[in-house]
Design a protein around this ligand. Structure first.
Ligand SMILES: Cc1ncc(COP(=O)(O)O)c(C=O)c1O
Length: 339
């Protein structure tokens, strides 16, 4: 990133640039050009948006000479699984604090966490309420055994993590300069809004013309906006980046449903229909909710996001498998021949 500021520690991990694909059938149906940037293909186990965040988080960890990455999330956390994969790749240790009891069998991301050799600490609801203390205790235990911990908050939602999507936005700007469509809008799933904050910074620093639009899938819009604004302010103060929080952080609000963990039939229907229309598999917790919201808006108000729209697929496919029970009935009654 050539911003004139001192270099920011970074470890290159993502397989990038990720491809841009036009969704032909959905574009025809909606009367807009709808594209997807395949950030689900960032590599190291199809790690999605988290690997871009980890480039900077691990950069910071190495600058502190850390040898153990500690983080927290749900049993099916994509971030935890990516931390486990990166730690195994780089010869570090991973310690994951997971919300919930040990399940009867490992599945999806949790299966991969175990496979990759992460240490797991299951947390009760009461412990999860004070997760910062749990993380601090885990860090203290690492120090006691002579290691150096680096703690990554849930979802990598720090200013260092947001730089991963500043890099993604820079990459997209380059793809556009090399002939990709000059998108009117770039739409991304927002849990904490960290990824959106990174893209908003890229818009200012790397000449992306597109409007950057987030789709909150769990937090209320006001909380996402506050987090985005705060991260951009921190990036200016901490790294000297010449960025300002925009007057309006644009969100497509109202698609949170009952929150992150509560996956609804709507999201699973979106997973099925997009897989069949375009051969792209979304995850039910994040991207299907956000992409479903985007499709809803494009159907209700065509033109609202311009003529060329790019959705960034931020990954998460492994969490699909534990939903096999709920997906089964959607597939069983579809009239396709099974013999
Ligand atoms: C697949 C996927 N997409 C999007 C997000 C949201 O990222 P952010 O917290 O940067 O908004 C996450 C992480 O929580 C995720 O796992």
């Amino acid at each position: 990133m050539s911003t004139g500021a001192p270099p920011i520690p970074r470890v290159e991990l993502a397989y990038a640039p990720t491809p841009l694909l036009k969704l032909e059938r959905l574009s025809r149906e909606l009367g807009v050009e709808l594209w997807v940037k395949r950030d689900d293909l960032t590599g190291l186990l199809e790690s999605g948006n988290k690997i871009r965040k980890l480039e900077f988080l691990v950069g910071e960890a190495f600058a502190q000479r850390a040898d153990t990455l500690i983080t927290c999330g749900t049993l099916q956390s994509n971030c935890c699984r990516t931390v486990a994969a990166v730690a195994a790749r780089l010869g570090l240790r991973a310690v994951l604090a997971l919300k919930g009891a040990p399940p009867a069998e490992y599945d999806g991301n949790l299966l991969l966490d175990r496979l990759l050799g992460a240490e797991l600490r299951y947390c009760s609801d009461a412990e999860w309420e004070k997760i910062d203390e749990v993380l601090e205790d885990l860090a203290a235990a690492v120090r006691r055994r002579g290691g150096t911990p680096y703690v990554i908050p849930e979802s990598g939602a720090t200013v260092a993590g947001a730089l991963g999507y500043l890099a993604c936005g820079e990459e997209l700007a380059q793809q556009i300069r090399h002939g990709a469509p000059d998108f009117d809008s770039v739409v991304i799933t927002a849990f904490s809004g960290g990824s959106q904050a990174g893209l908003l910074m890229a818009r200012q620093l790397h000449g992306l013309r597109a409007e950057i639009v987030g789709v909150p899938i769990a937090w209320e819009a006001a909380r996402v906006r506050d987090h985005v604004t705060s991260l951009i302010g921190q990036a200016r103060r901490r790294y000297g980046l010449p960025v300002e929080a925009p007057a309006e952080v644009r969100l497509l609000d109202g698609y949170q449903g009952a929150g992150r963990a509560a996956v609804q039939a709507d999201a699973l229907r979106t997973v099925v229909s997009v897989a069949r229309a375009e051969g792209i598999v979304l995850d039910p917790v994040y991207t299907a909710k956000a992409f479903g919201g985007l499709l809803d808006r494009l159907r209700g108000a065509p033109g609202e996001l311009g003529r060329r729209v790019c959705f960034i697929h931020t990954g998460g496919v492994f969490s699909l498998f534990p939903f096999r029970g709920a997906l089964g009935p959607l597939l069983a009654g579809d009239g396709l021949v099974e013999s």
